[in-house]
Design a protein around this ligand. Structure first.
Ligand SMILES: [Zn+2]
Length: 397
């Protein structure tokens, strides 16, 4: 009972912001004495701190506010994608404790070597945490794949060439059985959760997120909840067969949407194979900056490729908007970086093909290539929000 009340107060402070104990009591339905005692315990655990003195509030006499703290608790999010591995650590207020991305040609490496690279990056993140007195609450791995989240297994990742990789066990073993839980989930699902928690349109309950990577995936939030489907494999929108008989997809089929709008499709149309922008050993954001510069300079091949991708993006997105009626469609990954050139042709297609085009706004993710890792870090912190007693009382408290 006390544990769930601690969770209730902590979550309320995170979602509703700083406020007085009296106001928390009114809003949660707990009595005032209980709230004071719960807040005192959350302060002792370093999850809540005293804030400003608030005057003229509507409830009771002026009182000191309390606010979310949690600077000493970190959630680790790590993303594996075709061109890179990235890690981010967020504290309970979503402030960044650590962030690093490594360019990696994942397709050229066996899963074991990629998990070694993830481990190396995680150990760096943990080192930074230790130096800043941040304790890890958990870790979530994001992968562009069908994921068995219960078993911690990457079931099928067409663009990584992974089948049935026990990623969670592999990491737990490599990290020497750490004291925090490790999970794995689909990158688009985690990115959608990241957008919902901390993106520019955070809190939008009906939201679709599109990963713009080599693979194209979707994370679909319906009424504030992630749509998972019967087996957890929903959102595989990159494999909608929009051009039957078209190019071969990483999944083995032909003409999937991904073959028209994935990063590989753009690069194939925009540049020769030996062009440095196609080199996976170079940092993806730098390669995209080069492409963007060419488009700015009016380079015809680049502009033509971006227009074609934008139109194809609008074609597939129109299906999603007609089916899910989202309030917001968030463009992630390279769709966001090159949005200046993709958005106009995309929106023209949407206007032409969506039955109710005004209901949905298309926005570019402000979380860039960190959306999935941020979502993973956010999910890792949920354990603390569910059970604040996981965080020990701090010495001297
Ligand atoms: Zn496919």
């Amino acid at each position: 009972m006390r544990r769930s009340n601690l969770a209730l107060v902590l979550r309320h402070l995170r979602d509703a912001g700083p406020r007085s104990r009296a106001r928390i009591a009114v809003e949660t339905g707990l009595n005032r004495g209980t709230v004071s005692s719960l807040v005192a315990e959350l302060v002792d655990r370093g999850l809540v701190r005293e804030g400003d003195v608030q005057r003229g509030g509507s409830v009771g006499r002026p009182g000191q506010t309390v606010e979310l703290d949690g600077r000493n608790i970190g959630g680790i999010g790590v993303e594996i994608n075709v061109d890179y591995v990235t890690a981010i650590v967020l504290d309970l207020t979503n402030a960044v404790v650590f962030e690093h991305r490594v360019a990696l040609d994942v397709q050229a490496l066996p899963p074991e070597a990629v998990l070694d690279a993830v481990t190396e990056l995680t150990i760096r993140a943990l080192g930074e945490c230790a130096g800043r007195d941040v304790a890890a609450a958990g870790m979530t791995l994001a992968v562009p794949a069908l994921v068995d989240t219960d078993e911690g297994v990457v079931a099928f990742a067409p663009n990584l060439h992974w089948t049935q990789v026990p990623a969670v066990d592999g990491l737990r073993h490599r990290l020497g059985r750490p004291g925090f839980p490790i999970q794995v989930d689909n990158d688009a699902n985690l990115a959608a959760l990241g957008e919902y928690a901390m993106g520019s349109r955070a809190g939008t309950r009906d939201l679709v997120y599109l990963t713009g990577e080599t693979g194209v995936g979707g994370g679909v939030m319906v009424d504030g909840r992630l749509l998972r489907g019967a087996e957890g494999f929903s959102g595989e929108i990159g494999h909608m067969p929009l051009n039957p008989g078209g190019d071969l997809c990483g999944c083995g089929r032909r003409g999937c949407w991904e073959t028209m709008v994935g990063l590989a499709a753009l690069l194939r149309m925009a540049a020769a194979p030996d062009d440095p922008v196609c080199d996976p050993s170079l940092d993806l954001e730098q390669r995209l900056a080069v492409l963007s510069g060419r488009a700015d300079a009016g380079e015809p091949r680049t502009l033509a490729a971006l227009t074609l991708v934008g139109e194809a993006l609008g074609l597939g997105a129109s299906i999603l908007v007609n089916v899910f009626n989202p309030r917001v469609l968030v463009l992630g990954g390279y769709f966001a970086s090159l949005g200046d050139y993709l958005l106009d042709p995309m929106l023209a297609e949407l206007r032409a093909r969506v039955i109710a085009p005004d209901a949905c706004q298309v926005v570019r993710s402000t979380l860039g290539f960190t959306a999935a890792a941020r979502g993973g870090a956010h999910v890792a912190l949920e354990a603390v929000l569910d059970d604040p007693t996981l965080v020990p009382v701090r010495h001297g408290a």
